[in-house]
Ligand binder design. Sequence first.
Ligand SMILES: Nc1nc2c(ncn2[C@@H]2O[C@H](COP(=O)(O)OP(=O)(O)OP(=O)(O)O)[C@@H](O)[C@H]2O)c(=O)[nH]1
Length: 399
Amino acid sequence: MAEKSSPFIAPQPIRPSAPIEGFALDSTNTPPSSTTSDSHQTFSHRDILRRALNNDASNITPALPESIISPAITPPSTPGGTVVSQPRVHPNETTQTGTHTKGPKLLEKLPNVECIVRARIPTTTGAEMFLHLYQNDSDNKEHLAIVFGNHIRSRSLDRVQEGETEMDRMIRGAYVGRLHPGRVSSRLEDGEEVPNEAGALQKGHTESPLVRIHSECYTGETAWSARCDCGEQLDEAARLMSMASEPTSSSTEPPVDGGAVSDAADGPGGVIIYLRQEGRGIGLGEKLKAYNLQDLGSDTVEANLILRHPADARSYGLATAMLVDLGLGADASPEGIRLLTNNPDKIRAVEGPNREVRVKDRVAMIPIAWRTGGQKGIRSAEIEGYLQTKIGKMGHMIR
Ligand SMILES: Nc1nc2c(ncn2[C@@H]2O[C@H](COP(=O)(O)OP(=O)(O)OP(=O)(O)O)[C@@H](O)[C@H]2O)c(=O)[nH]1
């Protein structure tokens, strides 16, 4: 009778003929002789993980026996069409038994970004926002800025392009004020304000704008998943920012001719930088594999490591560059931003290599279920484990 193989052993381990870029197999960590393909020793999740976590910090590859994880389930790089290749595990990352900490990926230079188009989106809550779509020279993804408040403007979008017509400008969203049928100019109409040099309209706000750097999560934002709080965080950030872009009592100007309050009365507003780094940068397919590993007993960090990904494969240079483009960098907004996050890594990373952005305050994102004693918000066994892992292993400050 054929011997039953371990689910973790590839039937025919395939060894890459050439090392995969940024991901060398550790030849010093020779697998035990009993792990050859014709001697199928069973390894539990914990065995695999213990080996990964006990590995010396200077060796950036978790020391998994080669035959245990099939190359068939470990694509050579995290997805995204990255132009600049990055190692699978960041060199800053250190591993210790029981914990897995990492520093943010700090880039030496910010990528170049350009806002290609912007459009007004009335939302189901009644609030309005402007969706900005960006291109960049670091990957080929469509990263987004969701802008609450009329005064936050993109420099690259507003820049005049050679040969463009007024209609071209309006179609790509480089207009001031509101579009309406019959409008012929992208520029000022009667009663509208002049953008300042940074692109932002002068308002004299007393409070700093709210900013959230949000990583894409198809499962949590679209597919109703109760494994994480990503969808809830996105909704909550939008709610807070739409409040922050409403007229405030301190800045409200008297309505002109008894009409609507003018734009000048808007609050400081906010921006959600929506980065297409699904699954903390490993992509949806790999995240779904990680979910299966979690159902088999691993936590979120362990599952990533078993799949030979870093615990967190993200970087935030694009977010910094987009904030600078939106006039929220230290050059145009020296008072700084208020960052909605529980992740301490993000704070330093978003500030950029030369402190291009200043984070004035961190605003915590407490899960709604925790705030309401379970009356509202997401409730599941999975999310409790997910949040505990973020606090215990990733240093998140959920308070
Ligand atoms: N690899 C992996 N990614 C996950 C998992 N659950 C959620 N994610 C992804 O995690 C990202 C969100 O990261 P989080 O760690 O929840 O939060 P954060 O962005 O680091 O910190 P906050 O700013 O406090 O929200 C999204 O891209 C999700 O798709 C999981 O189990 N495994």
